[in-house]
Design a protein around this ligand. Structure first.
Ligand code: FAD
Ligand code: SF4
Ligand code: SF4
Length: 656
């Protein structure tokens, strides 16, 4: 029988404040196989670890159970301690008596103490069954796939490539650049967004280690950290890159006019188009949805005038597969739909617009060349109302969270408006102004003091049209007085939401998100750029609302993590994978349920007869146990997670 040692941690008062630690130790002392049990104030401290190491040697222990916090925090610590003392690291288990016991039963000390005993006993049963295991080594493909080419994706790609690794930068739109390329000037420095972004776009396009795949989408990702297979869809542009010389003749003859996505519908483009002058790659795209018809060809004028014969109506979608060791998700954001903000006139009135539309109006490359003119009649607005938190921080009707950047971009909008329209009035309705960032408070103060922006603390109660004015009613909660502004233009600071289509993408890739669809980090404080699924990293607003400096910092963090992953000669994987035994008769029930297709049915000869059984690809297996749960004959089990082990654990948990 294994000689098992148990070490029960007080964790200060985190555990000992609720659980009677001494009583747990005394109760466990008589339990089968336990040859040593003791408590200690902080077992994770250096002296605590030394105590465990020394006791393993002195008492010749075969296995240990550390009763403390969650294994997700300290399992690696104690497995290393066990290994240093000469044990196989899998002869160490952690019993979680903090998160799963003391923290949740603070009102019932007696009950918590009894539960702690049961939890520890069940882990003693577990470790009794544990076999010595050795990690599995797998090679690493030193190529990263970055999904989404806004500023976060571009920065992550550049940093990974600068570290010497290949990068595939995947963007679903015809050009890289994301939302930042649409912005006019950026807070808190008011530098021109395009001027600071386009050098990065060009650097990415020229980098020998970066391959940019625009107009591409991810269809599927299979495999595991270091060894992913990424299936990509190349959408047809109907224009041959490298042959098109941007002569513009096709654009001149194309009879179709549709709203420009880049200009947020405030200007027009043709069915064949370049999204914006600095687009990367600089190649036209024929948008098949707005073209008059490609099959059969109903117009074909672009092909007729195209001298270098760059138009190819026969192009079709292509699906192909690439290998990669790591995936950075940087799919960014959209704005919450205006149509959902009818109470603020969203999509009811032409002169109620969103923040990105106002960015295009302010932009020198925008539809009005940077002059502030309202969409309905092109007049210069003399009174502009900006409504902050229009849909954010509104759990009853819209989104409960703070979108983080709108206080700052509204201050910027009001300021830039005043710089363009000197005799104009900017009114900002706000709940409170959040300026948590370097130089942000000073920026906001400039808007109030130098540019005389009229900040009104209060919620807007009604927005309605009166003649050619948009009337905004609210209450100033500082003075208690009703406020009415007869505005020419209203700008809504809408919530940031995950990009359209990402919910489906993340579901397909089995990437967890929070309840609002922003991709989940492995730990909110300690692992903010990693996803819980190994090999996936996060950057930018895909993870949650943030400004450009934060998106860039996170992208560099994700790139650093990818670099660290790629620096290893080979990867070590957990050996707790599925193993087939002699009870398997090849019924193949387990083959289809395996989420990573690690199980295959094989035939073999025995005693002159052909037999069947399944085999498990150890490099692919996640150790999830789905196969084990579906097998009716106990023919497949995850190492150190056998059914007998589980049953013993349950018995120990239920026995008084
Ligand atoms: P995005 O810019 O959204 O890029 C994501 C990219 O991923 C896009 O190109 C998208 O097409 C692509 N993508 C999405 N899904 C897929 C998919 N499935 N496959 C492939 N590609 C995909 N910040 C500042 O610091 N200063 C400012 O002055 C400022 N002003 C702002 C004004 C407004 C009105 C708004 C709304 C934001 C402002 N911001 C500002 C914030 C700034 O825009 C963001 O921080 C920044 O753009 C985030 O970049 P990103 O790369 O995370 O996302
Ligand atoms: Fe425009 Fe389509 Fe005609 Fe070409 S074929 S000119 S893209 S409408
Ligand atoms: Fe597939 Fe079984 Fe491994 Fe899960 S444990 S990944 S089902 S082989």
């Amino acid at each position: 029988m294994k000689r098992i040692g148990v070490f029960v941690c007080h964790c200060g008062i985190n555990i000992a404040g609720t659980v009677d630690v001494k009583k747990v130790v005394e109760t466990l002392k008589g339990y089968s196989g336990i040859v040593h049990a003791e408590d200690y104030m902080f077992v994770c401290s250096e002296p605590g670890q030394a105590l465990i190491r020394d006791t393993i040697k002195q008492k010749q222990l075969d296995a240990i159970v550390v009763a403390a916090c969650s294994p997700s925090l300290h399992e690696a610590t104690f497995r290393r301690v066990a290994q240093d003392a000469g044990l196989n690291p899998y002869q160490c288990e952690m019993a979680n008596i903090r998160e799963q016991c003391s923290w949740v039963h603070q009102a019932d000390k007696e009950g918590a103490t009894q539960k702690a005993v049961r939890i520890v006993r069940s882990l003693v049963e577990a470790v009794r069954y544990n076999e010595d295991l050795e990690p599995i080594t797998v090679p690493v493909t030193r190529r990263a796939v970055v999904v989404g080419a806004g500023i976060a994706g571009i920065k992550a790609a550049l940093d990974i490539a600068d570290a010497g690794h290949e990068v595939l930068l995947i963007e679903r739109n015809p050009s890289i650049g994301g939302r930042m390329i649409q912005l006019s000037e950026t807070f808190p420095t008011l530098d021109c967004s395009q001027c600071i972004l386009t050098p990065k776009m060009v650097a990415a396009s020229r980098h020998p280690k970066i391959k940019i795949l625009t107009y591409h989408e991810v269809v599927e990702i299979s495999g595991f950290v270091g060894n992913f297979k990424v299936k990509l869809l190349k959408k047809p542009r109907y224009v041959k890159e490298g042959t098109c010389n941007l002569c513009n003749k096709c654009i001149e003859v194309c009879p179709v006019v549709v709203p420009s996505e880049f200009d947020m519908g405030l200007a027009w483009r043709k069915a064949i188009y370049l999204p914006f002058p600095q687009a990367v790659p600089s190649v036209f795209t024929l948008d098949e949805k707005s073209c008059l018809g490609l099959d059969p060809i109903r117009c074909g004028k672009c092909a007729e005038v195209c001298t270098p014969k760059a138009i190819d109506f026969d192009m079709g979608p292509e699906v192909f597969e690439v290998e990669a060791g790591a995936v950075v998700v940087a799919t960014g954001f959209d704005l919450y739909p205006m149509s959902k903000l009818g109470e603020y006139g969203g999509e009811k009135y032409e002169d109620v617009i969103n923040g990105l539309e106002f960015e295009r109006i302010l932009s020198a490359s925008g539809p009005t060349g940077g002059q502030v003119r309202r969409p309905s009649d092109g007049r210069v607005p003399k009174d502009v109302v900006f409504i902050q938190c229009a849909g954010s921080r509104d759990p009853e009707n819209h989104m409960p969270y703070c979108s983080k950047i709108c206080c700052m971009y509204t201050a910027k909008h009001a300021m830039l408006y005043k710089h363009r329209v000197h005799d104009g009035n900017a009114h900002v309705f706000y709940i409170d102004v959040r300026t948590g960032g370097k130089d942000f408070e000073e920026f906001y103060q400039r808007a109030v003091e130098e540019d005389r922006v009229n900040y009104i603390r209060g919620k807007v109660s009604k927005v309605f049209k009166q003649g050619d004015k948009i009337v905004v009613w609210g209450v100033d909660t500082l003075s208690g007085k009703k406020v009415e502004v007869k505005a020419d233009l209203v700008v809504l600071a809408l919530p940031l939401v995950p990009s359209a289509g990402t919910e489906e993408l993340f579901r397909k890739l089995r990437l967890s998100t929070n309840k609002h669809g922003f991709i989940q980090e492995a730990h909110p404080k300690l692992r903010p750029v990693e996803h819980p699924n190994s090999g996936f990293y996060l950057a930018g607003v895909a993870q949650g609302p943030k400004d450009i400096p934060e998106a860039v910092a996170q992208a560099s963090g994700a790139a650093g993590k990818v670099g660290a992953l790629f620096s290893a000669a080979e990867l070590l994987r957990e050996p707790t994978t599925a193993e087939v035994n002699d009870l398997c008769d090849g019924c193949a029930f387990c083959v289809d349920p395996c989420p990573v297709q690690a199980v295959t049915l094989v035939e073999y000869a025995r005693d002159g007869e052909m037999k069947k059984k399944v085999e498990v690809n150890q490099a692919l297996c996640l150790g999830c146990g789905v196969c084990m749960a579906t097998c009716p004959k106990k023919g497949i089990a995850v190492r150190n997670f056998t059914a007998d082990r589980f049953l013993s654990m349950v018995d120990a948990m239920l026995t008084d």
